[in-house]
Design a protein around this ligand. Structure first.
Ligand code: HOZ
Length: 436
């Protein structure tokens, strides 16, 4: 594929946004896509291939959003596309079990040894919501702990101090959530074991904590890694207090290693929430974990959860076609590309005397515009210069580099990104950071 021309002016996108806004709130089906945090107009995508997104004029962008994480193999990978085509021709939804669902569950349990049993659902939100119900059903407790700036989907109980679109819009709590819905949600700062310990103690007289939800490497306030010992400390506190240790690996699952962050950091959560990559770019997510814990799920046990499109055969086919490509060679390539990109961006920040840092774990990264040497939690993230991020984003976009349209969303690299895309990105950044 030859490198596509950069976008230049985008009159067509302005027209499309006006038309979309008439019938869709904000013109988009998920708020961050509206570009409100960075100014400007979203790109209306016509198609995507490899590392590129294309608009309707055939102009191309090097894509560092990757559909917010799933596209680890690059867009329109031939094996995934043909698996989807073959599956669709055999029927798009049955509402009955298939062999593909068994194969998927077996493959996921092999990738994630902490998972003995799993359920397929259609979105990360659904998976997180169901995992919370399972944690509560199994422990017979109500409290759920989450870390400030983490997300866990748009179910009522987690829409407090949330990252992602809520952080982006500057409203980390949503209207429409009755106080009762979140009354058992306890929020602690990320990377702070003392606060978690205190939360356990405080919850004891109120019936205790069912589960601690954690993004092992946060992506929903930008890329924020755990400090050494933090994840192990959370696991140990959960074990001590009889609470479920729930890893939200929607972003990190099969991104930071084949078996996700739990493989990379050597952890064994009680429950895991998966989505994005594990669905091969289709609406498929999953939750799973210890056999005794998952045995509370209906019809085996009393915790109800269901869905017409759960285990959808076309989505399952995409997932099964993706998994064989999650090879050690892919993760080596992603690490090498990520390291070069980080080094290049850090060098440009220094050359241009711009206060900023690049935080990266494997193929997820964020350039934070900050004077601080590290972003460890939401208070660090919230202090970043979001206006400067907006200007940077706009300039990069004009040069054909598609970054997440928010300081508070991680960027993702795919296996289709190569030297050409690296050079183009660093050239664009050198130019974009020339002016304040
Ligand atoms: N909540 C998603 C990212 N953290 C955004 C999804 C989307 O807008 O597609």
């Amino acid at each position: 594929m030859t490198t596509p021309p950069p976008p230049g002016d985008r009159p067509r996108d302005h027209e499309l946004l006006a038309r979309a806004q008439h019938r869709i709130p904000g013109g988009v089906n998920s708020p961050v896509r509206a570009f409100r945090a960075v100014g400007g107009v979203p790109v209306f995508v016509d198609r995507a291939e490899g590392a590129y997104l294309f608009d309707r004029d055939g102009k191309g962008y090097v894509d560092f959003v990757g559909s917010w994480g799933p596209m680890i193999l690059g867009h329109a990978h031939p094996d995934v596309v043909s698996a989807i085509q073959r599956a669709a021709a055999r029927g798009t939804s049955f509402g009955a079990p298939t062999v593909g669902e068994i194969e998927l569950a077996e493959a996921i349990c092999e990738l994630y040894p902490s998972i003995d049993m799993m359920r397929a659902v259609s979105s990360g939100t659904e998976a997180a919501m169901s995992a919370a119900r399972v944690a509560r059903g199994f422990t017979k407790r109500a409290g759920i702990v989450k870390a400030e700036g983490c997300y866990h989907g748009h179910a009522d109980f987690v829409l407090v101090k949330a990252g992602s679109g809520l952080a982006t819009l500057g409203t980390p709590d949503s209207a429409g959530v009755p106080p009762g819905a979140a009354q058992d949600t306890i929020v602690v700062p990320f990377n702070d074991l003392g606060a978690l310990e205190a939360a356990f103690v405080a919850a004891e007289p109120k019936g205790g904590i069912a589960g601690v939800f954690l993004e092992p490497v946060v992506g929903n306030m930008g890329c924020v890694p755990p400090r050494p010992g933090y994840l192990e400390g959370v696991r140990d506190l959960c074990a001590k207090h009889g609470a479920m240790f729930v890893l939200d690996e929607v972003m990190t699952g099969s991104r930071l290693a084949r078996g996700g962050a739990q493989e990379r950091f050597g952890l064994k959560p009680d429950l895991t929430v998966l989505g994005k990559i594990i669905g091969g770019g289709m609406p498929l997510a999953a939750y799973g974990g210890r056999r005794d814990v998952m045995s509370v799920v209906a019809p085996l046990g009393p915790v109800y959860q269901a869905g017409t499109l759960s285990g959808n055969p076309v989505a399952v086919a995409a997932a099964l076609a993706t998994i064989p490509h999650l090879t050690p060679a892919l993760y080596e390539r992603l690490e090498a590309f990520g390291a070069k990109l980080q080094l290049g961006l850090e060098q440009i920040l220094r050359e241009r005397s711009v206060p900023g840092i690049v935080q990266r774990v494997g193929s997820m990264f964020t350039l934070f515009f900050t004077e601080r040497g590290e972003v460890r939690d939401w208070s660090d993230a919230a202090s970043c210069d979001t206006k400067r991020f907006g200007r940077f984003h706009e300039r990069m976009l004009a040069k054909g580099i598609y970054l997440p349209p928010s300081q508070f969303e991680a960027a993702f690299v795919s296996g289709a990104h190569g030297e050409q895309e690296l050079a183009r990105t660093l050239d664009a950044a050198r130019d974009a950071l020339r002016e304040p």
